[in-house]
Design a protein around this ligand. Structure first.
Ligand code: BMA
Length: 340
């Protein structure tokens, strides 16, 4: 009998591997055949990483950050029967404007994919006179219509919630600078129509835990649960050899998700395998999506590894929620100035 419930569809074919018996104290475990996407996955694309996937019919679909051999990142569509073996469309996702004219960004990276009601939304980072958030809508994965840019530059790491809350769409994002951004907190914005965004709130900040002391950013689309919104995010620290990206977890209030109910002081996953420690940018675990099954509570977490590969890890709802609650420390950084 599960302790907690997920409020989302059943996905009986969720990718899964049982927890290794010798793994003690860790709430998340890696797929033993990681990475699931290796180098040069597609002609003209040197690396795929930081990508988002979801169930689609009886199979899976995804939006993939492909680093082209000319160095420019773009988003490619991918398909999979099992969520592990992926085939990619060779052409970049063909974005259009509302009139159907081609409307391609200069570059596009770190896509997220979220279904809200009957539509699928791709949210990514692009150039709008500086790094900022792009968003497009599709209902058939054939036509991808770009919507208004939600925010002015600079902003990265945006992800939509999978349903409206109090009648509004809700997006997490991380305002940033034009470079490698040595700071940053997670903010939340609301919109009635995906055109006008406002009611901006601070959700949570970097803090005194070394692994998330420099900046944090939204990761996978939050999962609706009986305890609140389960959020996997990334936390960054600076070392004398550069940034280290780990995966963290928090639970946000279900009706007022700018309120942090629990926030785990321990990282959930940090670079330690060769494909996380070694690559184009070493020491990066960058979560972008989950596939989860409400019947069993199984969660498959997809993350970019070392800006070179896609990794897959697993947990289950009861275990991850208990772990976050058992190690929760919510501080001043997780409130809005003047609001407790
Ligand atoms: C961030 C983003 C991510 C990347 C990370 C580590 O600023 O650009 O796409 O994974 O840096 O290089």
């Amino acid at each position: 009998m599960s302790k907690y419930t997920m409020i989302s569809p059943e996905v009986p074919n969720v990718p899964w591997q049982d927890k290794p018996a010798n793994l003690v104290g860790a709430p998340i475990w890696r797929y033993d055949e990681n990475p699931i996407i290796g180098r040069n996955p597609l002609e003209g694309v040197a690396r795929i990483f930081n990508s988002a996937v979801m169930p689609y019919g009886d199979e899976f679909i995804g939006v993939f950050r492909g680093e082209q051999t000319n160095g420019i990142p773009y988003i490619y569509l991918g398909h999979s029967k099992d969520g592990i073996n992926w085939t990619f469309e060779t052409e970049k996702i063909p974005f259009v404007d509302e009139e159907g004219n081609s409307f391609m960004p200069k570059y596009a990276y770190d896509p997220r994919l979220v279904k809200v009601e009957d539509a699928y939304y791709i949210i990514w980072c692009q150039d709008f006179y500086g790094a900022s958030i792009g968003i497009a809508k599709t209902t058939d994965f054939k036509t991808f219509v770009r919507l208004e840019n939600p925010f002015i530059p600079f902003n990265r790491n945006a992800v939509l919630f999978p349903r409206k809350i109090n009648g509004n769409y809700v997006m997490l994002s991380r305002p940033s600078d034009s470079g490698h951004t040595p700071f940053g907190d997670i903010f939340l914005s609301e919109s009635p129509d995906l055109v006008y965004w406002g009611k901006h709130r601070h959700v949570m900040g970097r803090n005194d835990k070394w692994w998330q002391s420099l900046k944090i950013g939204g990761g996978a689309a939050p999962i609706e649960t009986s305890e609140g919104w389960l959020l996997f995010y990334h936390g960054v620290t600076g070392t004398c050899n550069g940034y280290v990206y780990s995966i963290g977890g928090a639970i946000l209030d279900i009706d007022n998700p700018s309120k942090v109910k629990y926030r785990c002081e321990n990282f959930l996953l940090t670079p330690e395998e060769w494909y996380e420690e070694r690559g184009f940018v070493p020491n990066v675990c960058f979560p972008c999506a989950t596939i989860h099954d409400s019947k069993t509570g199984k969660i498959a977490l997809y993350y970019g590894a070392a800006d070179s590969y896609v990794g897959l890890a697993f947990t289950n709802l009861d275990e991850i929620i208990d772990y976050i609650k058992d190690h929760s420390v919510v501080t001043e950084e997780d409130t809005e100035i003047g609001i407790r």
